[in-house]
Design a protein around this ligand. Structure first.
Ligand code: FES
Length: 121
C-alpha cells in the first residue's frame, strides 16, 4: 500500500497509508492533535475544532463541515494555516505542527518540526 511520511518534530516520522485521516494516523502513533483531554473532543465529528493543526504538504480539500467549523470562534477565516486533523486525508508527505490553546489557535508551537527539519527521513 502506498504510504506517506508525517513529520511531527523531535525526529519522529510517522508512516501512514496515503488517504488515512490525519487524526487517526497521529493517534495510532501516540501523537495527540488535541491540547486538552481527548475525551473533551467530538472524537472526529468535525464539530469541536480542537484537533486543528498547521500543515505543510498535500492533503484533501476542506469539507463543508471543516469550512464551517474553522469560521467559528475561536477559529477565524476558515481553512488556511489551520486544518482539522479529523477531516483531512494525508495525500502526501506532511510537516505537521500543533499550536498552543485548547483549540490549537495560539501562536506558540506545542510540537512540530523545526524549520528545515526533515525528521530524519
Ligand atoms: S476532533 Fe472535533 S473537530 Fe476534529
Amino acid at each position: 500500500m502506498d504510504r506517506v511520511k508525517l513529520h511531527v518534530g523531535g525526529g519522529q516520522v510517522i508512516s501512514a497509508p496515503r488517504g488515512r485521516i490525519l487524526r487517526d494516523a497521529l493517534l495510532d502513533a501516540g501523537v495527540s492533535p488535541h491540547n486538552g483531554a481527548k475525551a473533551l473532543s467530538c472524537r472526529g465529528l468535525g464539530t469541536c475544532g480542537t484537533c486543528a493543526v498547521e500543515l505543510v504538504g498535500e492533503v484533501s480539500p476542506p469539507t463543508r463541515l471543516e469550512e464551517a467549523r474553522l469560521r467559528f470562534p475561536p477559529h477565524t477565516g476558515g481553512p488556511g494555516r489551520l486544518r482539522l486533523a479529523c477531516q483531512v486525508q494525508a495525500l502526501g508527505d506532511l510537516q505537521i505542527s500543533k499550536r498552543e490553546g485548547f483549540w490549537g489557535q495560539g501562536e506558540g508551537r506545542v510540537w512540530g518540526p523545526e524549520e528545515g527539519d526533515s525528521g530524519g527521513s
